[in-house]
Design a protein around this ligand. Structure first.
Ligand SMILES: *[C@@H]1O[C@H](CO)[C@@H](O)[C@H](O)[C@H]1NC(C)=O
Ligand SMILES: *[C@@H]1O[C@H](CO)[C@@H](O)[C@H](O)[C@H]1NC(C)=O
Length: 993
């Protein structure tokens, strides 16, 4: 949840007037929220030095190695001390690592063990791609050229076409201890995507600043957010209709900025090294694509995403503000009686005693009642996922009854991050009061964390863990609890939802149109609250000082206030604002500081949680959902979009955010559906429940004290949810199969239209629609008060056919047409791409019940009368399944075939087969494909007979039925013929009669 006062979103329960609530006592708040001075971000500072006036470097002493070369880089003039101390002697290392990947590293020549962590990101923290043992300059897709004229510059281009994909020509390389910079030249109107995490249009545009510093600030549009994945993919549309695509990954974990401008991108970091990976995006035939580039990034650079457990694809309900077990029980009952699937029940901080991790509130969530509640969920095929915050409460040393064993166990092991000025632990502040944080650089921290999780699981038998505040967030500046632990537990330094004068009267855009009466009452209450606050401010007014630019000091790094000020979204912009201070130190032998480690905290705590869950559930895929992520996080964790708002804009941007997460190897992604902060309304919540049904991670989550937003609270939202979930649950195996290919091949799950239809430049900015895998097109409604939606049907110019999910009617769309589709409130438009075969099951209220229903196949024909698809099956939870099954479907010339490999038994039968897109009643086969759509041969006559053979049996009897209308053939009642399991033997079925 969100935490700074400026951004904390305070709630509304009904429309209590501000006058009533002022009678409540305003809590004593902990201090120091704004104690850091305010800085001017360098990009907004006209007095900042021009780092391109630095001297640059000259290369010499080139040494060829089998798969690349090294050279010395020596500074080509006097130190410029732009934003740090210049490093005179550098090493350049170029490696042709694999056919498709070229790596360029630049790092200081003289690195000691003590300063190694300033510059070198260890491979044990973040995967370091390496040479494949065979590629050389001669077998690479890419080549690197360089020049010393006037100073060292390099460019990377494709060998087959000469296309230049990256070039620093005309720009200096700057390498200082707290500042690195290079610029690459860009083509006109370039199309760059990625640089996750951001809340921004999917196509980043040519005038955009991506600041990177993991931050506890939700919905910070165009600024830094929770995660850091420094990878972009560029697509170029060429005349002649073909496209090229490539990628660039900059492996560096420091605070950084990427400045996208008309003809350049500037890359600036606060330290580390240049460690750039250029991906050709090429396949064997020499063509390149976005999807190939993304796969090369995942497979070759960061690791492919974790396979998730089957049940995690069910629908999840969460909220902050479920006061006790019976409130949660009411939610479970509410879903059940509304006939809406509910798979995962989540708790936010409410379960804890005084916000302390690993506790159980003895009044509201007492054991064993709570254990029994969770066991009942399990018995009903449901699951339970609680929050764990990243900070650990420090008990008050003067109060013997304030014992808290998770702290005491960690303190015994000396396993927390330290305050460099005292040598003691670093005491920041968070929900429970003054707190410490685990130091994931030392091994004892893992055993401590595992032990706490194992112990807690005994009474709270969760199925997965939700990790919050992992930026890591702290509510005060510096080690503010130092010397003040006897005040613990201190209240957070801002009012909480439900505290006086903190009611949230905000509703979605257009609430005044759809809910006029409520809107005017909210507006009145809001202005009344505002006038009480302005007459008598409940919070001390923060005094903010401003601070000028710090200058580089020879021999010294200024960790808390580096000379280059990134445009951190936090007010005042200091790195230490709302997070652990950069100079906090770790317990490793080098006393690595947070300055280097900050962006990795989320990756590390998720990794530790993953390994703890492997101890709780040996052999099972750990399910953990984390807030701060880094490149490679997808191997261990799912991710949610953080503290978004209940607005149409937030819902719209969630699609772009999701697509960048798909590119970043974190496909188990979803947004807080219906919006986290503020109050939602029935329209927004209906549309959002529909939209998120097509995101891999599907969770409704809400802030404390806003109005309730479970799907059953409004009849329209309930109906929207039932209908959208029917589609989702029908295709769970499809989504699961997409994950299998993401996990094994780095394929994407949600897909941009531009990825699937790369030759259509008009799609480069289309992200109001998206695809789920290659076969499903989703066209959501993203604005209020409409009953239609406009969408494009890509590929129709090249013969792509599209079929309505619900009716299987073929869409009649023209190339580039923005077609208007009917979209009543309870309906989301979903279309199947011609050429697809989908294996579906019957939607039930849980994933397990769904999984046990018979299969049906939907065959949507392409313009050649063909289709194909695949299905992956396993037990749904094993980390290394002992049996799997992979089924491949094809349809051609009127014959449906499938073959399977693997020994996992698919015990459910195949009940139905539907073929859509036939040109007329099939009455024979073997006379050629259905390709000729105008052929009169298929357009006349009646079926010659009425028999259909299936496994040698007449299919038109014994409960089987065959029907045909409007191009759709339906065969039903095949269960008896496939009773030993749908895909236990190969099948070839031809529709001829
Ligand atoms: C991006 O950076 C430029 C300076 O290079 C600045 O003028 C612009 O305001 C910044 N944009 C935002 C949204 O901060
Ligand atoms: C794009 O198409 C043109 C014309 O068909 C061809 O000459 C060119 O080589 C193609 N480029 C790539 C990169 O495939």
């Amino acid at each position: 949840m969100r935490s700074t006062f400026s951004s904390v979103i305070l709630g509304l329960v009904g429309l209590t007037t501000a006058q009533t609530v002022t009678e409540r006592v305003i809590p004593t708040l902990s201090p120091q929220i704004d104690a850091l001075p305010s800085l001017t971000p360098t990009i907004l500072d006209p007095t900042a030095p021009d780092s391109q006036a630095c001297p640059g470097y000259k290369a010499a002493n080139v040494v060829q190695a089998g798969h690349g070369f090294t050279a010395d880089l020596t500074i080509a003039g006097a130190d410029c001390q732009a934003f740090g101390n210049d490093i005179a002697d550098l090493v350049l290392e170029v490696q042709y690592q694999t056919k498709e990947r070229l790596n360029l590293k630049i790092y200081p020549k003289h690195i000691s063990p003590q300063n190694s962590s300033w510059f070198i990101l260890p491979a044990h923290l973040v995967d370091e791609p390496a040479w494949d043992g065979k590629t050389t300059a001669n077998t690479s897709d890419l080549k690197l050229d360089w020049s010393n004229d006037p100073t060292f510059q390099f460019k990377v281009s494709r060998i087959n076409t000469g296309e230049e994909i990256f070039s620093t020509y005309g720009h200096k390389i700057v390498y200082e201890d707290q500042y690195l910079e290079l610029l690459t030249n860009m083509v006109d109107d370039y199309n760059v995507y990625g640089l996750a995490e951001n809340i921004h249009d999917f196509r980043l545009g040519n005038n955009y600043n991506q600041t990177y510093y993991a931050v506890d600030a939700g919905n910070s549009i165009d600024y830094n957010v929770y995660g850091v994945i420094p990878f972009y993919q560029e697509t170029r549309y060429h005349s002649g209709g073909n496209t090229t695509a490539h990628g660039v990954y900059a492996r560096n974990a420091h605070g950084q900025e990427w400045l996208l401008r008309n003809s350049t991108i500037a890359y600036r970091t606060l330290g580390g090294s240049f460690d750039l990976y250029f991906l050709s995006g090429q396949t064997a035939d020499g063509t390149s694509s976005a999807l190939t580039t993304i796969s090369q990034f995942q497979v070759g650079c960061i690791g492919t995403p974790a396979m998730q457990m089957y049940w995690t694809f069910g629908f999840h309900q969460c909220r902050w503000g479920y006061e006790n077990i019976s409130v949660v029980q009411d939610v479970v009952d509410g879903y059940k009686s509304a006939n809406i699937p509910l798979e995962g029940v989540w708790n936010d901080l409410d379960i804890y005693e005084l916000y302390r991790d690993f506790t159980n509130n003895q009044v509201t969530y007492p054991l064993p009642a709570f254990t029994n509640f969770i066991e009942t969920l399990h018995a009903n095929g449901q699951h339970y996922i609680p929050i764990i915050d990243s900070n650990i409460y420090v008990p008050n040393p003067t109060n013997a009854s304030d014992a808290y064993s998770p702290f005491e166990h960690g303190a015994e092991l000396q396993t927390f991050i330290r305050d460099p000025t005292t040598g003691d632990f670093y005491y920041g502040d968070n929900w429970p009061g003054f707190s410490v944080w685990g130091d994931w650089l030392i091994p004892s921290t893992q055993s401590w964390w595992t032990n706490e999780i194992l112990t807690w699981h005994k009474g709270t038998p969760f199925d997965g863990i939700w990790i919050d505040l992992s930026e890591a967030s702290s509510f005060c500046a510096g080690s503010c609890g130092n010397g003040r632990l006897d005040e613990n537990p201190v209240h957070p330094p801002f009012l909480l939802p439900g505290d006086p004068l903190s009611f949230d009267f905000l509703y979605p855009e257009s609430f005044n149109v759809s809910n006029a009466t409520e809107a005017s009452s909210a507006a009145a209450a809001s202005s009344s609250q505002a006038s009480v606050i302005s007459a008598s401010p409940p919070l001390p007014v923060a005094t903010t000082t401003t601070m000028g630019r710090t200058e580089p000091t020879p021999g010294v790094r200024n960790l808390n206030f580096p000379p280059y000020v990134i445009n951190n979204v936090q007010s005042g912009h200091a790195l230490g604002k709302s997070s652990i201070a950069p100079n906090a130190t770790h317990n490793d032998q080098y006393n690595t500081t947070e300055y280097e480690m900050h962006n990795l905290f989320g990756l590390q705590i998720s990794n530790a949680t993953y390994h703890a869950l492997l101890q709780v559930f040996p052999g099972r895929r750990p399910f953990t959902v984390g807030r701060s992520v880094f490149a490679g996080s997808g191997k261990i964790t799912a991710h949610w979009g953080g503290d978004n708002t209940s607005t149409w804009g937030s819902m719209f941007l969630s699609i772009s955010q999701a697509l960048t997460m798909m590119m970043s190897g974190i496909p188990m992604f979803g947004a807080d559906t219906c919006g986290f902060t503020h109050n939602t309304d029935y329209q927004l919540c209906s549309r959002w429940m529909e939209l998120s049904a097509f995101f891999p991670f599907y969770r409704n989550h809400n802030v404390k004290a806003a109005i309730s937003q479970e799907a059953y609270r409004w009849s329209s939202v309930a109906e929207s949810s039932r209908r959208a979930m029917k589609v989702r649950y029908s295709m769970l195996t499809y989504m699961y199969t997409l994950f299998y290919y993401a996990h094994t091949k780095g394929e994407t799950v949600m897909r941009a239209l531009a990825w699937e239809f790369p030759n259509d430049p008009s799609l480069r900015e289309t992200y109001g629609q998206f695809m789920l895998g290659p076969s499903i097109l989703v066209t959501p409604v993203l604005i209020p008060n409409v009953e239609t939606v406009n969408g494009v049907f890509p590929g129709v110019a090249d013969g792509t056919r599209w079929f309505d999910w619900y009716t299987l009617a073929e869409v009649d769309a023209q190339p580039q047409e923005n077609k208007t589709l009917s979209a009543p409130l309870e309906h989301i438009n979903v279309h199947i791409r011609g050429g697809s075969i989908l294996a579906l099951q019957e939607p039930k209220l849980t994933t397990n019940a769904t999984r046990n229903t018979p299969y049906s196949l939907v065959v949507a024909l392409d313009s050649n009368g063909k289709a194909s698809g695949s299905l992956y099956l396993d037990d749904g939870y094993s980390l290394v399944p002992d049996a799997i099954k992979l089924v491949e479907f094809t349809y051609a010339d009127g014959c449906l075939k499938y073959t399977s490999e693997g020994s996992y038994a698919s015990t459910q039968p195949l009940a139905n087969i539907t073929v859509a897109g036939l040109q007329s009643t099939p009455h024979d086969y073997g006379h050629g494909p259905y390709a000729n759509r105008s052929s009169s041969y298929w357009g006349h006559g009646k079926p010659k007979g009425s028999t259909l053979e299936f496994g040698g049996k007449n299919c038109s009897s014994d409960g089987r039925s065959v029907s045909y209308s409007n191009g759709v053939l339906k065969v039903t009642g095949l269960e008896k013929d496939t009773g030993n399991g749908a895909f236990e033997s190969a099948l070839s079925l031809c529709f001829g009669w």
